[in-house]
Each structure stands twice: as C-alpha cells, then as structure tokens.
Ligand binder design. Structure first.
Ligand code: AKG
Ligand code: FE2
Length: 283
C-alpha cells in the first residue's frame, strides 16, 4: 500500500492514489480490514472470473426483458428506472431485488466468501436480499434517452433517516458486471468521510443536486468481476461517462449488509418517501 494516503488523512487534489491489489479469501485479512476501516471502502480484484461476470450480465438482460415485457413500474414498492435507446426500445437502468428475480443472482449470493464479508460488518449482520432494494443493479448509460446517467453526491445512510432509523453501520457491497475504466464515469468517493459527525452526513454537500468534482475525490476504477465494499456513511457520486451509447454502459450491482430488525419487502410494500426525494432532484 505504498502510494495509498496515510492513515487518517484525506488525499489532496490531483494526488494519484492507486489502491493495493487486494484479493478476497475466506475473510478479510488484517491489512484489508485496516484499509477498509481507515478509508471507508475497499476493492477486491477478480472476485469472480470475467466469464462468470458476463453470465451475470446476460442474466441481468433476461430480467430486463421480462420486466419491460411485463409493463410493471415497481418491484416490491421500489420504482423502476427506465431508459430509452436511440432505436426507441426501453431498458431498465435500475433493477431492485435482482436475486429474487433470477436464479443466477440467487446463486451468486450463496458464495461462501460473503460470510467473511459479513464478519467484517459485525456480529448479527445479514445479506439484505429482501430489505431496502435488495440486490440492486445499476445500469448507467450516457445517451439522450437515459434517465440514469450519473448520480450527484450522497451517502447511502441517508435512507436510514427516511426509514426513521438512526444512521448506523451499514455496508454496501458492489459487484461489477462490466468494466469500469474512467471513460465510463463511475464511482467517485471522499475517502474517510464515513467517520463523520451526523452534521456532515447531512450537510457536507447538497444531496444528489451537487455533482461537481471535488478536489479530494478518488475515482474507483474496476474490471468486470471485481467486488467493492463501501461504508454507507461515505460520501460518493457517480460521474458521467465521456463515452456515449453502448460504449458508455456501466453495470454495477449493490447489496446491503444489514443488522437490526428485519423488515422484509413484499409485493404490497409501499414506496419509500426517499424515492420522492430522488425524483424531485431528477432521478
Ligand atoms: O455508481 C456507483 O457505483 C454507485 C451508485 C450509488 O452510489 C448508488 O446507487 O447509491
Ligand atoms: Fe450510493
């Protein structure tokens, strides 16, 4: 971790940081845990082989076709976000509860290494397959018909407040279905901001509206098959791709690791207020 920022310091503008090449075993090593707890995120290379990531991408397309054909606009109360291709056809840009909709994703979550990640989260944590949005697949594309091209600054823990819960430790596990070089935009984060008082969790930036680059931000690049974990309290955004159309497609799924009372979503679940906020600011 030679060129990683020093413990407890934020990287300054234009400083190039390369993340160490971490691979995930049965559980996080002491060095990996340290990195994660210090910066609030970590990336593991090659969690699955590229070919397996491609199979999961194909499974995503199957869910997409089924949902578009079924004409539903929500799954378990969570609104679907659609985009339109240049040829007029519709596609999903955000698929919640993917593992409840396709066996390939259900199987993916049975990987024993998720147990090791849960240990890092803390005792009593579980995979939130039926909570919040479950395993959600984001499909960012940069084209005129896309609604989900980028995301403004936010923390994922804001949602806890909308569920009338105190923001607590909650980890978000990212899995890359496609490559994510800088040209497709992607995750930009402010390292170490998971250790912040509630005032900065609420007020450091204007939620979802502010999407300007920050001099202290760090770009997370990844390849298909890589896995990330970030702390829900970490400030982050999704940058707009510089490429367009098919070349700009970036698919990354997120899985919440939860503790506390289990609140399963179901077909009759109401739409959380949180999505009204997102809609108000254009998503
Ligand atoms: O683009 C990403 O990897 C992050 C997406 C994100 O922050 C979110 O869906 O809450
Ligand atoms: Fe997020």
């Amino acid at each position: 971790m030679s060129d990683a920022p020093e413990t407890g310091t934020l990287p300054r503008a234009n400083r190039v940081i390369s993340i160490p090449h971490f691979e995930l075993g049965d559980r996080l090593s002491a060095e990996q845990s340290d990195f994660f707890e210090t910066y609030g995120f970590i990336r593991f290379k090659g969690f699955v082989a590229r070919a397996r990531a491609a199979e999961l991408h194909a499974a995503m397309n199957e869910i997409d076709r089924a949902l578009v054909a079924s004409r539903v606009d929500k799954v378990n109360g969570v609104p679907l976000i659609f985009g339109r291709r240049a040829d007029g056809t519709r596609y999903l840009q955000r698929i919640p509860f993917a593992s409840l909709q396709h066996p390939a994703f259900r199987e993916f979550l049975r990987d024993p290494r998720f147990r090791g990640i849960l240990e890092t989260a803390g005792t009593g944590y579980r995979i939130g397959e039926e909570e919040r949005d479950g395993l959600v697949i984001n499909r960012f594309r940069n084209e005129p018909g896309a609604r989900y091209k980028r995301l403004g600054w936010h923390t994922d823990s804001l949602r806890d407040l909308f569920y009338l819960e105190k923001p607590r430790r909650y980890l978000n596990v990212g899995f890359y279905l496609t490559d994510s070089p800088p040209e497709v935009g992607g995750l930009r984060l402010l390292p170490c901001t998971h250790n912040q008082p509630i005032s900065s969790l609420l007020l450091r930036k204007r939620y979802f509206i502010d999407d300007r680059p920050d001099p202290d931000e760090f770009a997370v690049t990844a390849e298909a098959g890589d896995l990330t974990i970030h702390d829900g309290r970490l400030w982050h955004r999704t940058a707009l791709a510089t490429l367009h159309g098919d070349a700009s497609e970036r698919c990354v799924s997120y899985l919440p690791l939860m503790d506390g009372p289990l609140k399963r979503k179901h077909a009759g679940s109401s739409t959380p207020l949180y999505f009204r906020l997102k809609k108000l600011v254009g998503y």
